[in-house]
Design a protein around this ligand. Structure first.
Ligand SMILES: [Zn+2]
Length: 459
């Protein structure tokens, strides 16, 4: 039995301990769906995703940036110590640390091997499809006596044995049709031809598209425009599943453009998670462009699918200039992409103009914008504290060695107390975009002697 308690911070034991009940602490600041389910995940037996036995194929742990006392939080588990039920590594798992967890110097502590996933890790919005799939396979796999031929990573739904549970992007009884999304998103099932077509969406909608190329070909894609709140991990984004495994969360883009332009298979899944003012536009065709089959289309029709129109200011921002990651001017490919006849290019994403003026004088209360190719980048600016020691969200006023400054909290900022986060940070002139805070405390508890599972981890 799990007893939820409002104790200090957020923490849980990993797996079942003892024979009676065990506690999960949901302390102050720990009540978001993502954080609560993260703690429940621990209680149900999950380690952190980046502790998986196979994590070295997916992330690099940057130990030089980790506080030495927390190095143990990045210990890799052995293959024999965990069962993953065939569900692979998921960058979008609610159990994954964010890129600066336990940083000692503000630098990243986790780098994704495929850099396109860097802004995907660390989300605390809700459990991912793979998280839920793992739990259902572990605890409810014998609920249904029938079988279903679920496609694209779907699995039989233990709450509805006549239907599959489908990963985002797919739907239908067997997860073999495009999933759709909101009604305004237009056609969800898109067919790549040998000529460029465009798919786009905007506004506060959720849209899901499946682009299908002829069997044997791949989908070539190029994001040509994007406006999102810049944050890591992304909270609104275009997610692109170019991998062959549709179970896991795709690469989420809100701060940079993809450095890849080919799908691994003949299908590409797009998931647009929008807010007011957000938008994306993406060009696609099949690849190689001279690919021929007896049934492939040679249509030259251009289809543009447009969702709800932009309804407010085009750009919001949750990042600062110091966190901007330079985009590469070359297109890199995953080593698993083996056959192409045409080099993809990224021509519009690397040229940026100069920054405009900052809209506020202090506290990180303002933003500034520059134009990069066909889109605009907006970041926070002038992060010196305002008179009286005020900062605007997402910055918080902290003092160190007698000097006050505005700091953007990371996962485990011990110098920022909870009350600072929730009280002092509210500035009367706060008009900056807010971010969702999850994972606000992430401190370890000590190992409990005599049990290989008696191991509590705060958040
Ligand atoms: Zn945790």
């Amino acid at each position: 039995m799990i007893k939820f308690r409002k104790l200090e911070l957020c923490w849980s034991y990993i797996g079942k301990i003892g024979y009676s009940s065990q506690q999960v602490s949901i302390g102050v600041g720990c009540t978001s769906l993502g954080t609560v389910t993260h703690e429940i995940g621990h209680a149900l037996g999950f380690y952190h995703e980046q502790a998986r036995y196979d994590r070295d194929s997916y992330v690099s742990i940057l130990t030089q940036n980790i506080q030495s006392t927390y190095l143990s939080q990045f210990t890799k588990q052995s293959f024999s110590s965990m069962v993953d039920y065939g569900v692979g590594y998921d960058y979008g798992s609610v159990m994954h640390y964010d890129q600066t967890a336990f940083t000692s110097n503000g630098g990243n502590t986790i780098a994704t091997i495929d850099p396109n996933y860097q802004a995907t890790i660390g989300q605390r919005v809700a459990p991912s499809f793979a998280d839920v799939k793992r739990i259902n396979l572990a605890y409810c796999n014998s609920t249904c006596s029938n079988t279903l031929d679920c496609q694209n990573g779907g699995y039989i739904n233990p709450n509805d044995c006549n239907n599959c549970k489908c990963p985002p992007g797919f739907g239908g009884q067997l997860c073999n049709i495009a999933g759709g999304g909101d009604a305004s998103c237009g056609t969800a099932d898109l067919t790549a031809t040998n000529t460029i077509q465009t798919v786009s969406a905007s506004g506060a909608v959720n849209c899901q598209y499946v682009i299908t190329a002829p069997v044997g070909a791949k989908v070539y894609f190029q994001m040509t425009a994007a406006t999102f709140s810049r944050s890591v991990p992304c909270t609104n984004y275009l997610e692109i599943k170019y991998d062959s495994d549709f179970t896991r969360v795709g690469a989420r883009f809100c701060t940079s453009y993809p450095t890849i332009s080919l799908s691994e298979t003949n299908r590409l899944v797009l998931i647009y998670q929008g807010v007011s003012g957000a938008r994306f536009s993406l060009n696609y065709r099949y690849d190689p462009q001279d690919f021929t089959t007896s049934t492939s289309s040679t249509s030259t029709t251009t289809t543009t699918t447009t969702a709800a129109p932009v309804t407010s200011a085009p750009t919001t921002s949750t990042a600062r200039p110091t966190t901007t990651t330079a985009r590469t001017t070359t297109t890199t490919r995953r080593t698993t992409v083996t056959s192409t006849t045409q080099a993809p290019t990224t021509t519009t994403s690397s040229v940026c103009g100069s920054w405009g003026g900052c809209s506020a004088q202090c506290g990180g209360c303002g933003t500034q914008t520059r134009k990069c190719g066909t889109y605009f980048e907006t970041v926070y600016c002038n992060t010196n504290p305002c008179v009286g020691g005020y900062c605007c969200r997402p910055f918080f006023y902290v003092t160190q060695n007698g000097n006050g400054y505005c700091k953007r909290p990371q996962a485990d900022d011990s110098e920022i107390r909870n009350e600072d986060r929730f009280e002092k940070a509210i500035h009367p002139n706060n008009d900056a975009p807010s971010v969702i805070w999850e994972n606000i405390k992430d401190h370890p508890k000590s190992r409990i002697n005599g049990s290989n599972k008696g191991f509590a981890i705060n958040n």
